[in-house]
Design a protein around this ligand. Structure first.
Ligand code: NAP
Length: 275
C-alpha cells in the first residue's frame, strides 16, 4: 500500500477503543477495492477537539462508537432522518466540508436478520435498552414486527418501550415470554465474560430466530444454547460486518467487498482468541 499526498483518511472515534475491529475491516476493504485510503483509530476523551480535527484536516469519513454516538450530533451539519429518529450517529461522511451523520447499525441489524428470515408480523423480544437496542427496535418497528422490550433498569427499559410504543417487561419476567425472534442487545456475554447470559435457556425453542449483538466471541453462550435447542442463530459479527459494509458504501459510493471484510475480521477475532 502506498500512502501519498492523495491518500484519503478515515477513522473511528471513541473512548476507549480497546481492540476495535474497524481498522482491520475497513483497511482490508480499501485495499481489495484498490482505493488510496487509510482507516485509523482515534481514541480520545476530547470529542470537541477531535471533531475540529476532522473538519480542519479534511478527514473524509468517520465511524463513531461508544460513548459518542449521541454526543457527536451537535458537531454535524446534517443528520439523516433515520439517525435523527434513533438519536444516534455511527457514521460521518465529509461531503465537501459538510459533515453528514448516518446510522448504519440499524441497517446492519436488519440486513443480518432479513438474510435469515421474513420479519413482517413476527413477535420479537428485544433484550436491552441502550443504543444498539434502540437502533434495532426502531428499524424492526418499520417492518411491522411486534416488539416487547426487556431491560435490567426499569427506567431505561420503559423509556425505550414508550419510544417504540410497545410493552416493557422486567428481565425476571423473561421466563414467561414466548416469541418468534429473540434479540440480545445488552453488553452481557462479551469477552472476557464469555459465560454470562441474561436470557433463560428454557425460553429458547426449536425454530426460533435468535440474534446476539455481541461479536466477541463470535459464538456467545446464548448462541451456543440456542443452536443446541434447534434455533436459527445470527452472530453479532454479521450485524457488525453489514453495518461496516454500509459505511463503506456511504463513504465510497462503491459496492463493499463483503467477503474480504468478513474474512479479515474473523481472522483477527480468531487470533485474539488464541492470545
Ligand atoms: P449501551 O448503550 O451502554 O447499553 C448497554 C445495555 O446493556 C443496557 O441495556 C444495559 O442495561 C445492559 N447491561 C449492561 N450490563 C448489564 C448487566 N450486567 N445485566 C443486564 N443488562 C446489562 O451499549 P450499546 O451501544 O447498546 O451496546 C450494547 C452492546 O452491543 C455492546 O456490547 C456493543 O459492543 C454491541 N454492539 C454491537 C454492534 C454490532 O454491530 N454487532 C453494534 C453496536 C453495538 P441498563 O440499561 O440496565 O444499564
Amino acid at each position: 500500500m502506498i500512502v501519498d499526498q492523495n491518500t484519503k483518511i478515515y477513522g473511528v472515534v471513541g473512548y476507549p477503543l480497546g481492540h476495535s475491529l474497524s481498522p482491520t475491516m475497513h483497511n482490508s476493504a480499501f485495499e481489495a477495492s484498490d482505493l488510496n485510503a487509510v482507516y485509523l483509530a482515534f481514541e480520545t476523551k476530547d470529542l470537541a477537539g477531535g471533531m475540529q480535527g476532522v473538519r480542519g484536516l479534511g478527514v473524509s469519513g468517520m465511524s463513531v462508537t461508544i460513548p459518542y454516538k449521541s454526543a457527536v450530533i451537535p458537531y454535524l451539519d446534517q443528520v439523516d432522518d433515520l439517525a435523527r429518529m434513533i438519536g444516534a450517529v455511527n457514521t460521518i461522511v465529509n461531503d465537501a466540508g459538510q459533515l453528514i451523520g448516518y446510522n448504519t447499525d440499524a441497517a446492519g441489524a436488519l440486513k443480518a436478520l432479513e438474510d435469515k428470515a421474513q420479519l413482517s408480523g413476527k413477535a420479537c423480544i428485544l433484550v436491552g435498552a441502550g443504543g444498539a437496542a434502540r437502533a434495532i427496535g426502531y428499524i424492526l418497528k418499520q417492518k411491522a414486527v411486534t416488539l416487547k422490550v426487556a431491560n435490567r433498569s426499569r427506567e431505561r427499559g420503559e423509556e425505550l418501550a414508550d419510544f417504540l410504543n410497545c410493552q416493557y417487561i422486567a428481565l425476571d419476567d423473561l421466563e414467561a415470554v414466548t416469541a418468534d425472534i429473540v434479540i440480545q442487545a445488552t453488553s452481557v456475554g462479551m469477552s472476557p465474560d464469555k459465560d454470562a447470559c441474561v436470557i433463560p435457556e428454557h425460553i429458547l425453542k426449536q425454530g426460533m430466530l435468535v440474534m446476539d449483538v455481541i461479536y466477541n466471541p463470535i459464538e456467545t453462550k446464548l448462541l451456543k444454547m440456542a443452536k443446541d435447542r434447534g434455533c436459527l442463530t445470527i452472530s453479532g459479527l454479521s450485524m457488525f460486518i453489514q453495518q461496516g459494509a454500509e459505511q463503506f458504501r456511504l463513504w465510497t459510493g462503491m459496492d463493499p467487498p463483503f467477503s474480504t471484510m468478513a474474512q479479515a475480521v474473523k481472522q483477527l477475532l480468531m487470533k485474539s482468541d488464541q492470545t
